[in-house]
Design a protein around this ligand. Structure first.
Ligand code: ADP
Ligand code: MG
Length: 240
């Protein structure tokens, strides 16, 4: 579903992604972990082309990433992204936030988009918040709305970049539960997170990054019980 081949990214002199090769199969849940600054967000952002690569290639379903125009808008619909900061439109209701993309990007009829949107809000447990504005919701509810908004575009892949890092602790689980359910339903997911419990529960594979490289990748059980590199052991000793 996702193929990252020999990917390099420079910001000026800084070599932020170093020869990244990563394949994600359809229905697979890959959790990306690693220290701050290791390139996890940059990797996510290159997969839906919020950042371009300096060299290398990324393919989704066999097709190279488009760089502009309508094809890029379609790619962004196919590859949903959820950020740490929920990025909802503040002056729109929750239901509008979920229905606007389908209406404007994929040309779904407004009534249809609102009906589908309500079903998605139901699915993430906040249908009762549909007519409120983002600021009236808790952080956990806003993040669930952001997930519903991405799902409204019927993505093939969902990218999550530290989706619970900005939340009060008591709201982390309500978001992780939605993500766990999504994984169970077979969504292809790449998840950057420091929630090691989620990684153990939901991941098919854990990818450990450090200093722009993929240092190791393994099943959660193998990674957490017998990491093979010193760098991963050092990282785990700090986060577990
Ligand atoms: P992580 O998500 O693992 O914390 P990032 O991908 O955000 O790491 O960042 C990797 C490195 O790239 C860091 O050194 C960061 O400062 C740098 N970086 C990220 N985005 C930019 C940017 N837009 N311009 C310059 N440097 C950046
Ligand atoms: Mg990051």
């Amino acid at each position: 579903m996702i193929e990252v081949l020999g990917a390099n990214k420079y910001f000026g002199e800084a070599h932020v992604l170093r020869d990244i090769d990563l394949t994600v199969e359809s229905g697979e849940v890959v959790v990306v972990v690693g220290p701050s600054g290791s390139g996890k967000s940059t990797l996510c952002r290159t997969i839906n082309r919020l950042e371009s690569l300096s060299s290398g290639e990324i393919r989704i379903d066999g097709a190279p990433l488009p760089s502009e125009g309508k094809a890029l808008a379609r790619l962004r619909a196919q590859v949903g992204m959820v950020f740490q900061s929920f990025n909802l439109f503040g002056h729109r209701t929750i239901l509008d936030n979920v229905a606007l993309g389908p209406v404007h990007v994929t040309k779904v009829q407004k009534a249809r988009a609102r009906k589908d949107g309500l079903e998605l809000l139901e699915r993430v447990g906040i249908a009762d918040q549909a007519d409120k504005y983002p600021a009236q919701l808790s952080g956990g509810q806003q993040q669930r709305a952001a997930i519903a908004r991405a799902l409204a575009m019927r993505p093939k892949v969902m990218l999550f970049d530290e989706p619970t890092s900005a939340l009060d602790p008591e709201m982390v689980n309500e978001v992780l539960d939605v993500m766990t359910e999504l994984a169970r339903e077979g969504m292809t997911m790449v998840v950057v997170t420091h929630e090691m419990g989620f990684a153990r529960r939901a991941a098919n594979r854990v990818v450990f990054m450090d200093a722009g490289q993929i240092v190791e990748q393994d099943t959660p059980d193998a990674f957490f019980t017998r990491p093979s590199s010193d760098r991963a052991r050092d990282f785990l000793s700090k986060v577990l």
